[in-house]
Design a protein around this ligand. Structure first.
Ligand SMILES: Nc1ncnc2c1ncn2[C@@H]1O[C@H](COP(=O)(O)OP(=O)(O)OP(=O)(O)O)[C@@H](O)[C@H]1O
Length: 688
């Protein structure tokens, strides 16, 4: 697949197709309003906005206020019941110095007393009416080529239309190398018309309608087949309990998504139709009318809902939180096709993951140092790997300071040589921590966690689960910026919750519901990973470093207590719950992160501990959301988050090949397995 040059594709067919798409979008929108399963809306609303001050049952049976809006300054403490599974066996009495005077106790998370969160403006709750997904109920899977063609068509249309002024989706950073065919044949138009008629009929009799024509998304069906097995190398407790029940599911995740550039994800629109519009100057925009109405937040999300005590603190915070950038618009000439990889000079290989090899290169034209991720094709028998399509699709669409920026896609001489051009980041968090003698300080952890939460909030606001958050997928540069990378396992989620594969997320960061075989999961799985990452940042050690899934669960239960139906309703019905696990009655997390330490171990204030507990709450329904976590008291108390400018820097690790080093150092069995699998891969060419 060469970089196509398709100068003359502004055909009538395209315009007609666009009109049909817009019409399809409008109808689909109406349809969604009428027919979409309301239950998930309730779920979704509850998760996102619904925390509004409702007291909830806690994982351990205590109630707590899981509200993005802070509870009153002094709430009565949680019930003083006897210890339950999941409750701390001992807490440290002492407070970290410098905390604000707002330590009134709150009800508990995982059995651990929380602190009240101070008043602050209620968060501008975003009303998400429905997901952007368009479903294929027939389960008919688009061939990769079809998917690719759809991408092409979307991008083709994108090049033609004028910019709207609200969101500036950064999708389609250049024409995709997968653009195999941009000519729109009359058959296609007829197909669309036919489809439209059928669809209208189906709307009447078939509640969940089908429209994959405009989707740039691949069917999750493939994912179950292709993605998951690569990640799974261990025996699951689910398997040990309930073998052979792997049910193939057809996911509804066929849809299109567009994201506005307003960082913080606050004003993004998700497309029903898959139509992106471009302006004469090459920028891309979404036509407001064609996309579902997500209530726009006013102001930037990073600061809007935060709780600030005083003006001065507010000022301080403003300088410390990740600034949502008004990023410069991408100017992409859609007519030019992809550049060649030959326009880059290879400097060194940075790393090699499951799905790609990453190089540090210099753009010969501009001299800019960038990272090139080469899509691995070795194991692909059926064309372009879907994981990579997803990753490219998402990363070209997204634009946020906490998400690695993909600038364009370039191609090599063969169809197999496809590269993502990304901004170069000097380190990843895993490597950086390996070089540190001491763990990050609390104030530095706050700086990193804020950036991470901003990025995750942006993803979740845009209906994307990352599903593989871990320290090696968090990039750092020497300006103190953190960016999430590796979207190979990420996917859209939507209403209603659908069975997905549970074989996602590297073992150590995998949520208990996944380990126990839940097939329906949502944003909470990413939040669990964030809890593990927060703990690792504080202690420089992975929190739960299990070797197998059962071992992983046992490690979690030993620290947090073995869950039960009381603290986690529905737990006993999970496929893996009947396996034999360690019985541990109490939550001992506080022992690991005391408020004071005389041994130089990690310390964590009451508020910090409260946040950690909320992230590591067993019941996914009660686990804190990214939005609520961003407003957590911990970020407002002293020590305040370090400014990015004062974050520690490290020697540029990515200027060496770190694969072998990682292998030697990491006890992660998945990584070990991966390295073994990749053992035969050596340097073969400039970008092989
Ligand atoms: N933009 C970048 N700048 C610098 N280094 C990067 C960049 N992107 C990725 N890397 C490095 O390459 C490594 C692998 O990248 P990535 O995680 O995207 O590949 P992968 O094949 O999807 O990995 P995995 O096996 O975790 O799925 C990262 O851990 C990081 O060290």
């Amino acid at each position: 697949m060469a970089a196509g040059r398709h100068g003359g594709y502004r055909s009538y067919g395209v315009v007609r197709e666009r009109e049909l798409d817009l019409e399809a979008s409008r109808r689909s929108k109406e349809y969604h309003h009428r027919h979409r399963h309301p239950s998930h809306h309730r779920d979704s609303e509850r998760r996102r906005d619904g925390d509004r001050g409702r007291d909830r049952e806690l994982s351990n049976g205590y109630s707590h206020r899981r509200s993005p809006h802070p509870p009153p300054r002094s709430r009565p403490s949680g019930r003083a019941e006897d210890r339950e599974p999941g409750e701390v066996s001992s807490g440290s009495g002492s407070e970290e110095s410098g905390g604000r005077l707002v330590k009134a106790r709150e009800p508990r998370v995982n059995g651990v007393a929380g602190v009240s969160r101070e008043g602050g403006a209620p968060s501008p709750s975003k009303k998400r009416k429905h997901s952007p997904l368009i479903w294929d109920r027939n389960g008919s899977m688009p061939q990769v080529q079809d998917v690719v063609r759809n991408i092409t068509e979307v991008d083709t249309v994108a090049a033609e239309l004028p910019l709207a002024d609200v969101s500036t989706p950064s999708m389609a950073g250049g024409r995709s190398p997968m653009d195999l065919d941009v000519s729109v044949d009359s058959q296609k138009v007829e197909r669309l018309q036919e489809h439209e008629q059928t669809r209208i009929m189906e709307e009447e009799e078939y509640p969940t309608m089908i429209n994959i024509l405009t989707s740039r998304w691949v069917d999750a069906h493939d994912e179950e087949e292709e993605v998951a097995p690569k990640k799974k190398k261990t025996v699951s407790p689910v398997d040990s309990v309930k073998r052979g029940s792997t049910k193939k599911v057809t996911s509804p995740e066929l849809g299109e998504l567009l994201v506005g550039k307003n960082s913080g994800g606050s004003s993004s629109r998700l497309s029903d139709s898959g139509v992106v519009r471009g302006s004469a100057n090459g920028d891309l925009e979404v036509d407001r009318d064609d996309y579902m109405d997500l209530e726009k937040e006013t102001g930037d999300s990073s600061s809007s809902g935060r709780m600030l005590d005083t003006d001065s603190e507010s000022d301080a915070r403003r300088s410390r939180t990740p600034e949502p950038t008004q990023s410069s618009r991408r100017c992409i000439n859609m007519l030019q096709g992809c550049r060649s990889v030959d326009e880059f000079q290879r400097l060194n290989k940075i790393n090699e993951g499951t799905y790609g090899v990453v190089f540090r290169v210099r753009d010969k034209k501009t001299g800019e140092i960038v990272a090139l991720k080469k899509v691995k094709m070795e194991k692909e028998r059926e064309g372009f790997p879907l994981t990579s399509l997803r990753e490219i699709n998402i990363l070209l669409s997204f634009h946020h300071p906490s998400i690695v920026d993909v600038k364009e896609v370039v191609v090599g001489s063969s169809v197999n040589d496809t590269f993502m051009v990304m901004e170069y980041m000097e380190h990843d968090l895993k490597g950086a921590m390996e070089t540190m003698k001491q763990p990050y300080r609390q104030s530095e952890v706050k700086c990193l966690m804020l950036q991470l939460l901003e990025g995750v909030k942006y993803l979740h606001d845009n209906w994307v689960l990352h599903r593989d958050l871990k320290t090696s997928n968090l990039l750092l540069n020497n300006r103190g910026e953190l960016k999430i990378c590796d979207f190979g396992l990420s996917r859209q989620y939507g209403s209603p919750l659908k069975p997905y594969t549970q074989l996602v997320v590297t073992l150590w960061y995998r949520a208990p519901e996944l380990l126990l075989g839940a097939k329906e999961y949502s944003t909470a799985i990413d939040m669990w990973s964030l809890g593990c990452i927060m703990a690792e940042l504080l202690s420089k050690e992975p929190l739960f470093n299990g070797k197998t899934e059962i071992d992983q669960l046992n490690k979690i239960f030993r620290i947090l207590g073995t869950p039960n139906e009381q603290i986690w309703p529905g737990y006993s019905k999970l496929p893996g719950a009947s396996a034999k696990f360690v019985k541990q009655q109490y939550n001992r997390l506080r022992n690991k992160f005391p408020a004071a330490s005389f041994t130089g171990g990690p310390i964590l204030s009451e508020a910090g501990f409260d946040l950690l507990n909320r992230l590591l709450t067993y019941d996914p329904e009660k686990r804190i959301s990214a939005d609520a976590a961003l407003k957590h008291e911990w970020f407002c108390e002293i020590p305040l988050p370090t400014s990015k400018d004062f974050m520690p820097t490290f020697p540029a690790l990515n200027e060496q090949d770190r694969c072998m080093k990682k292998y030697m150092k990491s006890p992660d069995p998945l990584e070990e397995q991966r390295m073994k699998e990749q053992g035969s891969i050596g340097d073969r060419g400039l970008f092989d």
